[in-house]
Design a protein around this ligand. Structure first.
Ligand code: S3P
Length: 172
């Protein structure tokens, strides 16, 4: 298994799909897996059960995937590394992790148009507010993201380039 981590909008799913094709593995997106198992969207889970319940489900399904589909390329949710000892769990399974690191302005540009589908940022009213939120949030999350084995800078690079770099590291 190869795990991709990074903030919302950093390209984990897009890169994961291309990477999986390149190295001939299945691709799994943890959020999509949770939605399929629970038969609800992530937004619905946040609204009806709250974030803490979501984090418990996220942990449970991460563990299930580590056991059940050990050969896939797995992209996590933006917050997965920061809760429930998930990075320690991943380390326990010896799975390599790649952090897709994007800058705050880049993330703001990418997320502004899509914020409504993401429960944690949907109420940001202006781009400036969103940028400030992302800045603080990344500061809190940095200690967890920095536990990744490899950090890949993604600003200004294509999905293809990033996937190729990770494939080369993986196959080396
Ligand atoms: C979250 C990121 C989302 C999703 C949920 C919470 C976060 O995943 O898991 O909305 O805490 O950053 P993406 O990073 O795939 O958007």
């Amino acid at each position: 298994m190869i795990i991709l981590i990074g903030y919302m909008g950093s390209g984990k799913s897009s890169v994961g799909k291309v990477l999986a094709q390149k190295i001939q593995r299945d691709f799994v997106d943890l959020d999509a897996y949770i939605e399929e198992k629970e038969q609800r969207t992530i937004s619905e889970i946040f609204e009806t059960d709250g974030e803490i319940k979501f984090r418990m489900l996220e942990h449970r399904y991460l563990k299930e995937l580590l056991e059940a589909i050990p050969n896939c390329v797995l992209s996590l949710g933006g917050g997965t590394p920061c809760y429930a000892g998930n990075m320690e769990l991943i380390a326990h399974y010896g799975v390599p992790t790649f952090y897709l690191k994007a800058s705050i302005p880049n993330l703001t540009d990418r997320l502004w148009g899509e914020r409504k589908s993401r429960p944690l940022i949907k109420y940001q009213e202006s781009k400036e507010q969103l940028m400030e939120f992302i800045g603080k949030h990344l500061f809190e999350r940095h200690p967890y993201y920095s536990k990744a084995g490899v950090t890949i800078l993604v600003d200004g690079r294509s999905i293809e380039e990033i996937a190729t770099e990770i494939a080369e590291i993986t196959l080396a």
